[in-house]
Design a protein around this ligand. Structure first.
Ligand code: GLC
Length: 533
């Protein structure tokens, strides 16, 4: 593929901002739009090409914005449309594009569509949601669970029917079989595209359309007490129905009316079902999120190699890959695999073939912190300190001032700041050439400057070492070898066929220099990028 054929969202890097936690400009303890604007210079310095901002729409915040009460406005906590426009303008002035979060599967129960729908069975908006009569014994219409625990149906006593909510009961599911719903959501997309956004991250894409008969999901016979409850049943009828691909095509057609926009789907799906979301003729989503690297508490070289190779093997021709190692729903990478290996994970993310998405704070090695019960905010936690996603959503650590520079001193932030902020913050790490932030900065700089890394081919090497993942990235006559040692012990690699190379970057901040591939020694948990000559 020549450089002329690659688009910004292919060669570029996406950075995810959780707006409540990025920067609080008005001292109310919650991040906001003006806060994001004030940190665009940092993002420009870091070198990202686009920011994806988790929902900032008016919302009762039952699921922190993933319960939208108005799709075409900004929640006053975050500012207003002017503040949004200002943010987009300032971002674009720094060559940063803005991707917004679209939550089409469900609204808030406080959205006026739902208010109307629940007002009577005869209301014209009734069919915009999924209503069913109770079973004769009063039970819910089927056995589907809610991802936040319990049954996915809530009885509306006034009208005597249950409505479906695959998430919180304050997040009723829309009925995507109703053409008016589709049109309404496409108008929402058009509203934001006209406002200058460069794309959407689409929430729970596979769930949008359900089995027409709402059949019971089969139970998982292998489920045992202690496994996550959502593995209790297979989501055969509640997700990933064949008709979903009609919807991705419709969204794609709409988006194509604007140049170089991108559709990124939240698609927690195993292969090969995942890659179906590109569309049979690459006419679906541009980037169905590939979460293959999120599931490892034990990031071993062999498992990673298999994950990458398997995904590369099932990608349809011409489909552009993408990678993620952290997001607002998953334990932070540094907590999953430890500080040392988090550095290799960044090298992995930023040298694989395909668009990387970086979760805010992972560039600092931010960790999950244990939270006392009174700090639990996430509905998915169900009141337990052992569950929920709050610990990966704590405020960004900007400096060593009180509240980490996120909120002014004396303010109670919406979630506590992680106590390691005194050392681990942007200001300190920018000054320390050995910090993970300096490493991520260098990785991004190298990736941006190197066609082999941002658009080249990928090939893994077999049988090099059980503890190292070694692969090549090539473009025209550029050739880079990446070797990542996931073990704590030093590893000696013998790759005489690759002659000599130049060390371009090591996770250990070693000086660049000549390397003989016949005798390559990696320190424990070291990763290297070597330009082959
Ligand atoms: C997605 C979001 C998650 C949210 C859920 C319901 O999985 O990433 O944060 O709770 O959808 O909207």
């Amino acid at each position: 593929m020549s450089s002329a054929q690659t688009l910004w969202w292919q060669t570029g890097i996406v950075y995810q901002i959780y707006p409540r936690s990025f920067m609080d400009s008005n001292g109310d303890g919650v991040g906001d739009m003006a806060g994001i604007t004030s940190k665009l210079d940092y993002l420009h310095w870091l070198g990202v090409d686009a920011i994806w901002i988790s929902p900032f729409y008016p919302s009762p915040q039952a699921d922190f914005g993933y319960d939208v009460a108005d799709y075409t406005n900004i929640d006053p906590i975050y500012g207003d449309l002017n503040a949004f426009d200002q943010m987009v303008k300032e971002a674009n002035a720094r060559n940063i594009k803005v991707i917004v979060d679209l939550v089409p599967n469900h609204t808030s129960d406080e959205h006026q569509w739902f208010q109307q729908a629940r007002s009577s069975r005869a209301n014209p908006k009734r069919d915009w949601y999924i209503w069913r009569d109770p079973k004769p014994n009063g039970d819910p219409p089927n056995n589907w669970f809610s991802y936040f625990g319990g049954n996915a149906w809530e009885l509306d006593k006034e009208t005597g029917q249950y409505y479906l909510h695959l998430f919180h009961k304050k997040q009723p599911d829309l009925n995507w079989r109703n053409p008016e719903v589709r049109q309404a959501m496409y108008s929402v997309m058009d509203f934001w595209l006209k406002r200058g956004v460069h794309g959407f991250r689409i929430d729970v894409m596979p769930a949008l359309i359900k089995d027409e008969q709402l059949r019971d999901n089969p139970l998982n016979p292998n489920w045992v007490e202690g496994d996550p409850f959502w593995l209790k049943q297979f989501t055969l009828y509640s997700e990933d129905q064949p008709e979903i691909h009609e919807i991705t095509r419709e969204m794609r057609q709409l988006t194509e009316q604007y140049p170089e926009r991108v559709l990124i789907g939240e698609t927690y799906m195993p292969n090969p079902r995942l890659v179906k979301y590109y569309g049979d003729n690459l006419d679906g989503l541009h980037l169905p999120f590939n979460f293959g690297l999120l599931s490892f508490p034990d990031l071993t070289a062999g498992k990673i190699k298999k994950t990458v190779d398997d995904y590369e093997a099932v990608l349809p021709p011409g489909a552009w890959p993408n990678w993620v190692v952290g997001n607002h729903d998953t334990v932070r990478i540094a907590s999953r695999i430890g500080a040392a290996r988090a550095r290799i994970a960044q090298m992995l993310l930023l040298t694989l073939r395909g668009t990387p998405t970086c979760y805010y704070g992972d560039e600092l090695g931010m960790v999950n912190i244990p939270l006392a019960v009174e700090y639990i905010r996430d509905p998915a936690a169900n009141g337990s300190p052992n569950h929920g996603r709050d610990p990966e959503r704590t405020p960004m650590q900007w400096n060593s001032q009180p509240n980490a520079g996120f909120s002014p001193s004396g303010v109670t932030t919406w979630l506590p700041v992680a106590p390691d902020y005194h050392q681990e913050n942007v200001e300190n790490q920018q000054q320390d050439p050995t910090s993970i932030l300096s490493l991520v900065h260098s990785l991004i700089e190298l990736r941006r400057a190197t066609a082999a890394l941002n658009r080249g081919s990928y090939r893994s090497l077999d049988n090099v070492s059980a503890d190292c993942f070694v692969y090549l990235r090539e473009f025209e006559n550029q050739k880079f070898l990446i070797a990542l040692n996931f073990s704590e012990q030093p590893q000696h690699l013998t790759l005489p066929e690759w002659g000599e190379g130049r060390l371009a970057l090591s996770t250990e901040a070693k000086p660049v220099g000549t390397i003989t591939l016949a005798n390559l020694t990696l320190d424990g948990t070291e990763g290297v990028i070597i330009e082959l000559v």
